[in-house]
Write a protein that binds this ligand. Structure first.
Ligand code: IPE
Ligand code: MG
Length: 231
């Protein structure tokens, strides 16, 4: 969800105003996913590297997370959304950790949309923590074992990965899981990424041929795809 800061700066507003507007865009995006029958949405809200931002912005983002959860969780709960927070929680304040736990507990029985919020997350962090789990329990490091130890092991790999804000990079998001994801880059700043922009991304995704290492002819003869899932 990139581009909040630029959205605000263009309007001579403080960056945190852009993050607030970003929450509104996310609310619409979650609803659009529900309406379209999308089962899983994973967003990158705060990266392991975002601690390097000015302290006011970091504390603004922490406060916005806690405030947004207190406002949004009742609606998410009513709409069948199950929240999961993915990332290193130990570095977060007790207050933030408590609010994440509460939000997860409140929505734990929901089944319509799995909504993963990556917060204090990094793709490298996830790979390293998964490897450490295997080492600590004396397991052999295989693709399948690492896959099971990943913080996102409760969901399959993403089909479509969207980055907003015009940058053409992954920036340490889902490094392991995006191996076969279709990538979509939008020039829209995140607060401007509306339902029409989401629909456009989905339409482009639908037009792509996903071969998962196979040939086009193989796909056309078998009539279905063989997603790569580590055995
Ligand atoms: C939101 O966009 C991403 C977060 C870390 C919350 P940015 O804050 O990176 O916005 P830009 O890239 O400065 O416009
Ligand atoms: Mg940015």
């Amino acid at each position: 969800m990139d581009g909040n800061g630029r959205w605000a700066t263009k309007r001579f507003l403080p960056r945190v105003a852009g993050h607030k507007q970003g929450v509104d865009a996310l609310r619409s995006c979650v609803q659009a996913c529900i309406d379209r029958g999308i089962a899983i949405l994973t967003v990158f809200a705060f990266s392991s590297e975002n601690w390097n931002r000015p302290v006011e912005e970091v504390s603004g983002l922490m406060d916005l997370l806690v405030l947004s959860l207190s406002r949004e969780v009742p609606r998410l709960k009513a709409n069948g959304v199950r929240l999961h927070f993915v990332g290193n929680r130990q570095q977060l304040s007790q207050k933030v950790q408590g609010s994440l736990q509460q939000a997860e507990a409140a929505t734990a029985d929901n089944q319509k949309l799995v909504f993963n919020v990556c917060f204090n997350y990094g793709g490298r962090w996830d790979i390293a923590q998964a490897a450490q789990q295997l080492v600590s329990s004396g397991q052999v490091i295989t693709e399948a074992a690492l896959d099971r130890a990943m913080a996102l092991s409760h969901v399959p790999d993403p089909d479509l990965l969207i980055r907003t804000g015009g940058e053409l990079r992954i920036s340490n998001f889902l490094l392991w899981q995006a191996a076969y994801s279709e990538l979509h880059f939008s020039d829209k700043l995140w607060p401007d990424f509306d339902v029409a922009a989401l629909d456009e991304a989905i339409a482009v995704f639908r037009s792509r041929e996903r071969r998962f290492g196979q040939t086009s002819a193989q796909l056309n003869s078998s009539g279905h795809l063989h997603p790569v899932k580590v055995a």
